[in-house]
Write a protein that binds this ligand. Sequence first.
Ligand code: ZN
Length: 340
Amino acid sequence: MTGQLFKVRSLPWQKKSIMAVRRALQQGKCAPSWLVVGSDGVGQYHFACHFAHILLCQASALSQKPCGLCQSCQLFETQNHPDFKLVEATESAQIKIETIREIGERVAQTAKQGGNKVVIIRDAEKMNASAANAFLKTLEEPPAHTYLILVSSRGQAILPTVRSRCQKIVIPSPSFSEALHWLVTQGVDEKTGKVLLSLAQGSPLKALEGKQKPERLNVRYELFKGLDRLSKQMVFPITLAKEWANLNLLWVFDWLELIVMDMVRCSYSVSESRLVNGDKVEQLKTFIQTPQTDKHFWFELLKKIQFAKDACKRTPGLDKLLFLENVLILWWRAHHSPKS
Ligand SMILES: [Zn+2]
């Protein structure tokens, strides 16, 4: 994914942000240091890569979009540009002072391609205190033709002295319909797009990631099928739990939570557009028609599922199947009509 981003053009909901930096460049008012922020999954890093591409392209002296043809564009797109540096931390690690010092030394040198030098610091909040303090030096006196682009979805976690020295640009979140339209252009069918977007809480990039992992959607398919049988008492809870034992049980808990959450919403007649599983509304309505329970039962079940999910995530050695059996037994009982 990282490599592909170097060729990706700007995302539709980022057009205004791209235009803003182009304008600044055209007017010769482009700040040397930028902080690109936005909600998780709106594509701050996409934006930063596109911005870097514009800054490095030799043919875009008037800050038009990168030409994709010049030597600088070719080097950037193949991730070989000598005047470009991407800094990123691994998931749990911090960005350390050594890395920041190395950047300082690198940008102090003359540009090898004779144009701009660009550094992107991804997840900039991961700079530890000493790294952030060392970075201040470069921010205060940036060498000529040097652009530093910090990217973060947790901008407030960045040292205020670093933040205040950067020009901030907020990447807006697209509307649901805008995000859905974009997903369709990426080859996702509309129905699936809606589910993926809801699951990703409106984040288009996360939704697309979900599309690239179809196994996760398959788990949902298995769950709806199994819960339907369980509700009609065509299968016993223990048997169904065994059938699901081969699935990723953490995903099973994730989906169970989203399905029961939707059932609670349905029981309160919440608009269908707010359901994660909006394409399964008829089935959800059938699930809540139980002879033995009222709405509160589904709240209680939801709490039990969330407890099981959190416990299993926190403690990998727990018997997940046991938790699943308990949840399915409760479900089965709710649908079990007493013999008269
Ligand atoms: Zn170019």
